[in-house]
Design a binder for this molecule. Structure first.
Ligand SMILES: [Zn+2]
Length: 241
């Protein structure tokens, strides 16, 4: 194994702010956690935007369901801090019911205009039959709503005019999109050095560390990185100027 290339992340020129939009509080752990750490280490300011509260899963019956959103939000804020991310926005939609509606699109456009990222990372809006859990309907909805927000709404001052009229949020053009869980990745981030810190986020799930490691190895092999390296894979799209 080569020791020269400890870091390998190709960040498009001009990217100083990145926005990660996911459906559920823990989605970033599955396929983008190491990448977020690499971005932060490279000096990129990262914001998380989480569409649902993840209130449909992860607890036994002894927990009052009404408490779950607050618990999940607190967990995510703590997890984000481990990634070096202190700005976490919650849209508060109901877990399991997310749709790329105009309400969701407008809420994402609002966050994009507030944060003004050059790079957006989200979940693939296309179903991946090889990795169906990546294509949970909420994930595809988050990816679709984000894609629609990116083009054209966020850059069109006349889309959702209330954002401009009532909140003073001007149009903003995002340059790059990275989709996680896509069937045809074309951009890989070497996440080897971040694996331990990242895997510690998922210790509550048995065998998950092994699963994440084997995914990472598969992606690194696809990227033709040296044996022993780990990677996360994205479909990178250059958005129109
Ligand atoms: Zn999820």
């Amino acid at each position: 194994m080569s020791s020269e290339s400890n870091e390998r992340i190709e960040i498009p020129e001009g990217v100083t702010r990145a926005l990660v939009v996911t459906a559920h509080p823990d989605d970033v752990d599955f396929g983008a956690g190491g990448t977020v750490m690499a971005l932060v280490k490279a000096g990129v300011q990262v914001t998380f935007c989480i569409c649902t509260d993840g209130d449909a899963g992860g607890f036994d019956d002894s927990t009052d369901r009404s408490e779950i959103p607050a618990i999940r939000r607190a967990e995510q804020v703590a997890a984000a801090a481990v990634y070096g991310v202190t700005d976490v926005r919650f849209l508060g939609y109901k877990d399991g019911y997310l749709e790329p509606s105009h309400d969701v699109q407008r809420d994402i456009v609002r966050v994009m205009r507030q944060v003004q990222p050059q790079l957006v990372i989200t979940q693939s809006p296309e179903r991946n039959w090889e990795r169906l859990p990546a294509s949970h309907p909420d994930h595809m909805a988050a990816g679709e709503a984000t894609s629609r927000a990116l083009y054209p709404a966020v850059r069109n001052p006349y889309a959702y005019p209330e954002l401009r009229d009532n909140e003073g949020l001007e149009a903003w053009t995002v340059n790059w999109l990275w989709l996680q869980g896509h069937t045809e990745p074309n951009h890989w981030v070497d996440t080897t050095e971040f694996f331990e810190a990242h895997a510690s986020q998922t210790s509550h799930m048995e065998n998950l560390e092994d699963m994440l490691r084997s995914w990472g190895e598969m992606q690194a092999a696809a990227a033709e990185f040296e044996t022993g390296r780990l990677a996360e894979a994205f479909r990178q799209i250059k958005l129109p100027d």
